[in-house]
Design a binder for this molecule. Structure first.
Ligand SMILES: C[S@@+](CC[C@H](N)C(=O)[O-])C[C@H]1O[C@@H](n2cnc3c(N)ncnc32)[C@H](O)[C@@H]1O
Length: 226
């Protein structure tokens, strides 16, 4: 882990408690679509939230009947998750970096929301390869990427092409490393990892639209199959 990632990890640990506590509606939609497309009973499924933060999507998976796990490299992740969602099994929360964690099981479903792009652009391929490796055959991965049409694109030290350590101008994104990607770039990596694209959509959020300088957020969302 280089100094930029170390800064990002420390910032994540500091703000773990501030992560949202309710599931993202697009995650809910894609998990339901995964279930609808499946012929196996949900009680047999293992699912993991990679970069689980305060645990909102582990809770969702639990509620839907999955054998649900989570991993995050932020300090005290187990305590934060259990404090927020006491029904989650603490033994199913792993503390570590998913890229080099020694998982002893494979998963039918992986969620990774707001995570795989907190790194250099050149690392995205190996991140997705790791996730592919963690899936059972025909397992699915639900994940998102920030597009270049984001209000804080470029607001920080440029570490690599389309990769920045966000500075004060990025407000709440200060001291996070972010990589921004467009659809053709994501498609190329996804195909290189031998994933099949099951679903792809673009979402946009215009924040503070009542003010003179609204803030645009934009994500590419993918559901991929091994
Ligand atoms: C933007 S937050 C999203 C949290 C959660 N997925 C959610 O939707 O609420 C990103 C999370 O990913 C974690 N993370 C980033 N890179 C990671 C890595 N390589 N290994 C484990 N966790 C990581 C951070 O600690 C942080 O909690």
């Amino acid at each position: 882990m280089d100094k930029y990632e170390e800064i990002t990890k420390n910032t994540s640990s500091q703000f773990l408690n501030n992560n949202p506590k309710y599931p993202d509606d697009r995650v809910v939609a894609h998990v339901i679509r995964f279930l609808r497309s499946s012929t196996t009973k949900v009680c047999n499924f293992k699912a993991i939230d990679i970069g689980c933060g305060a645990g909102r999507h582990i809770k969702l998976l639990n509620d839907l009947g999955f054998d649900a796990y989570g991993i995050d490299y932020a300090e005290n992740v187990e305590d934060v998750v259990i404090q927020e969602f006491p029904s989650i099994n603490k033994n199913n929360i792993f503390h570590g970096d998913y890229r080099n964690y020694n998982f002893s099981i494979k998963f039918d479903l992986i969620i990774s929301w707001g995570v795989v792009f907190q790194c250099r652009k050149s690392e995205i391929y190996s991140n997705l390869s790791k996730l592919e490796d963690l899936l059972v055959e025909n397992g699915q991965l639900i994940l998102n990427f920030r597009s270049k049409n984001n209000w804080f694109y470029g607001l920080g030290e440029k570490i690599e092409e389309d990769t920045f350590l966000i500075d004060e101008r990025g407000k709440e994104y200060l001291n996070y490393i972010y990589c921004f990607l467009e659809k053709n770039e994501i498609d190329e990596i996804v195909h290189k990892c031998k994933f099949k694209i099951v679903d792809c959509e673009k979402t946009q959020l215009i924040q503070e639209a009542h003010l003179p300088n609204p803030k645009t957020h934009e994500w590419w969302i993918y559901r991929l199959e091994k």
